[in-house]
Ligand binder design. Sequence first.
Ligand SMILES: Cc1cc2nc3c(=O)[nH]c(=O)nc-3n(C[C@H](O)[C@H](O)[C@H](O)COP(=O)(O)OP(=O)(O)OC[C@H]3O[C@@H](n4cnc5c(N)ncnc54)[C@H](O)[C@@H]3O)c2cc1C
Length: 473
Amino acid sequence: MTAESIGLVWFRGGLRLQDNSCFHTALKENRQVFCCFILDDHYMRGPDIGAARACFLLETLALLDQSLQKLGAQLIVRRTADAVHEIAALAHEVGAARVYANQDYLPYPLRRDAQVQELLRSDGRQLCLHEDLLLVPPRLVLTAQETPYTVFTPFKRKWETLLQTPSRYQSEPLLHKLKTDKRFPSSSVPELSEYGMSLKQNIEPGGEERALQQLERFVSSGLPEYHLNRDQCALLHSTSRLSMHLKWGTLSIRDCYRAARRQGGPGADKWIDELAWREFFYSVTYHFPHTLQGPMLPEYKDFPWSDNQEHLQAWKTGNTGIPFVDAGMRQLNQTGWMHNRLRQVTASYLCKDLLIHWQEGERYFMQMLVDGDWPSNNGGWQWVSGSGVDPRRATRIFNPILQQERYDPDFAYVRQWVEEFGTARYPLHPLVTHEEGRRCYLDAFQRSAAGRQALREQHRETAAQSRQNRLFE
Ligand SMILES: Cc1cc2nc3c(=O)[nH]c(=O)nc-3n(C[C@H](O)[C@H](O)[C@H](O)COP(=O)(O)OP(=O)(O)OC[C@H]3O[C@@H](n4cnc5c(N)ncnc54)[C@H](O)[C@@H]3O)c2cc1C
């Protein structure tokens, strides 16, 4: 690059100015840098898009634009159905030799970026992709045979060996390169209503300033005891509530990792384990993209799921008569966020007790969650349903009553979300009791291809075990 060159930063995720690899590199390599966001339908329309996530995105874009304006720049927003041609046209318009963006790993962005790369190249320009979303890129975390991991613990072990603590990208001394009198045509950040959506949930505000404050608060108040409190769902700071910021990149994952490492101790170690789950599910999605459409394990394809719409509706609205499940679903419906313990319990109740297809739950979560992220959501649902990467598979059935006794013994969480709990307005009997649901599920499982496969594996394991035992007799 010559010292005279112009760069264009193409924000997609990574919606922040601090510690952002593509933004920092663009500033370093160019004399002048412009910034843009291409708001295509992919972000705003479709059966999995919900008001909470869309609203968080729009608010964050408006805040990003404000931050850039303070620096004498603008966020060029283009609304289009065709991101590929729009970004290529914009690079031409601003005279950028290079377009800088952060690497994404999902099938659509990978396809889109390959097309953009081609188009830019044919015009003598370049798309420069930078690692930013994860601590370790998924293509690097491989077994000794160079195959991807399908089980979390060995993945984490390998992932840890590849972890580094990179120093923070310090962009402040370079920010003057954003300042310009030039203004390019730009849409204003649209209102949610323009997409036919209205927000009924009380969601967390977006933006990078808020994200950093939240990280700081969590590190001082929640992280030291995270290993002890993370499942105490009624406790406000038992977990970080940073998932929406990690989803949209209003917070740098490296900032999270560095903050935890600096603090150290068992709380920080446990929290880093959770960050590793996020990376694991990204790796699974990257290496096995078909899991976004269906079960990882083919034997689950013909599982005899129930299509009881009444049950599904009761689950969605938090009216199953199981207090812990109802509280979780209402927290989701009211705030766009749900505690991890409750995500597991509500998901298990849907697909194990009500026997309803996990993809129904997966879609509903995507529609309602402010942090809805394909890899973690899909991974979470497949993990709970047993159809994905998980050695314990079908035998994991959460008992929602025991879970509540253990993690919400005083019903504080339940009372917070189920206002009529303990009154005559709350059902005396659940829709389906856990015992009843569990029995039906196990019965269906044993008759299914998945059950037969599990039995074969069990036999193989028992045979291997007895061979092993004989070796030591
Ligand atoms: C059925 C189901 C669906 C889920 N859907 C999503 C989703 O759409 N988006 C999402 O970000 N997480 C999802 N999770 C994972 C987890 O529940 C949330 O990341 C977590 O509750 C967010 O709260 P927190 O930020 O306070 O987490 P913390 O406990 O503070 O953890 C820190 C960060 O680690 C990551 N993380 C923690 N646990 C997990 C996990 N089990 N899997 C993947 N990443 C994890 C998240 O980025 C989280 O913000 C799902 C889990 C299940 C069981």
